[in-house]
Ligand binder design. Structure first.
Ligand code: TXA
Ligand code: MG
Length: 309
């Protein structure tokens, strides 16, 4: 059993000493290490068995810290006003930033985020430097939205700071500001239509397979062990059913949101998949989810969870 930190100070001490530690954010739990410490970052890749070409997000406590590691154009400054938020910005790496090359996977860009969860920001501030943190799951598995899930995913071998359940339940939205226009690389907890309104400009999707897309966006990802069938109006023979909205059949094993609320559905998504994953490997059928707002991220994760592997 890992020695789990009980306080932010304990977790910060672990991280300052070059260790890894899982911590809560409002999206999902992250597996953190000092972003400037190559040995610590290497331990993240090894623990997750993550391919080295897939760069990590650098989490900062505030804008002052973020500015030391990325270059902010006037457009980036506009997006940065949205922070702290479930929003990751891909920006040109600042000169002499001193990040481990492993964090950026050798790219000259960096994904930066100031998380909304106060415990996450307190932890980074207490460490005094940014934390590289991918989701705290073995590569390809479902992201954890609670400390208990992190413990279960890593057979209790990874220290976890418990901060309750992640409020948003899906990973951050990733926007690239490298080209002359913003492009969404990953749908996430910050709905694209809401962000477009806030920024006042359209944010198109990155083209499937485009060179600019996140190296981590492999087709099969976020996978439970069971086979998944999407847009199912009812369960088939031997299937377990995940409902959304009213379920007149009464056959659903779980419902993402009985009232049809997308925010609640995002919050419940990974927990429900974890729960069914732990309960067996009979195939799972999922009700149709609207494509608007947070539905974009929910459908993206479901599509990946259902992809052949
Ligand atoms: O909500 C989140 O973003 C969570 C919490 C812990 O903050 N973190 C997370 O990290 O989801 P991870 O490693 O599971 O996903 C990070 C994604 C990957 O798809 C990676 O390829 C992309 O961010 N990424 C990181 N740096 C990048 C860069 N410089 N250019 C393009 N994509 C980048
Ligand atoms: Mg991940």
């Amino acid at each position: 059993m890992a020695n789990h930190p009980q306080t932010v100070e304990d977790a910060a001490a672990l991280l300052r000493a070059g260790g890894i530690c899982a911590f809560p954010t409002e999206t999902v739990y992250g597996l953190g290490a000092k972003a400037r410490d190559s040995n610590a970052v290497l331990a993240i890749y090894e623990t997750k068995q993550r391919p080295r070409f897939n760069p990590l997000i650098v989490h900062c406590a505030d804008l002052g810290m973020a500015r030391r590691f990325a270059q902010f154009t006037p457009l980036a400054e506009r997006f940065a006003q949205v922070w702290p938020a479930s929003l990751t910005l891909v920006l040109p790496l600042a000169e002499g930033a001193g990040l481990s090359d492993l964090v950026t996977a050798g790219l000259d860009t960096v994904g930066i985020r100031i998380p909304a969860h106060p415990l996450a920001r307190d932890l980074i501030a207490e460490v005094g430097e940014p934390l590289a943190a991918p989701s705290a799951n073995p590569s390809g598995r479902l992201s954890p939205t609670s400390a208990a899930q992190v413990k279960s995913l890593f057979a209790d071998q990874v220290p976890v700071l418990d901060g309750g359940r992640a409020e948003a339940g899906v990973e951050s939205t990733i926007i690239s500001l490298i080209g002359d226009r913003p492009v969404q690389l990953r749908a996430g907890a910050m709905a694209r239509d809401a962000l477009e309104q806030q920024i006042g400009m359209p944010i198109p999707l990155a083209e499937e397979g485009a060179a600019i897309a996140s190296p981590g966006m492999l087709a099969s990802h976020y996978a439970p062990r069971a086979r998944l069938r999407l847009n199912a109006d009812a369960p088939g023979e031997g299937e377990r059913y995940i409902g959304f909205g009213a379920d007149p059949s009464g056959l659903a094993a779980a419902n993402l949101s009985p009232s049809g609320d997308l925010r609640e559905a995002a919050y419940n998504l990974f927990s429900v998949l974890h729960m069914l994953d732990d309960a067996g490997d009979a195939p799972i059928a999922v009700a149709p989810i609207p494509a608007t707002g947070l539905g974009e991220a929910i459908n993206d994760r479901l599509k990946r969870a259902a992809a052949p592997r």
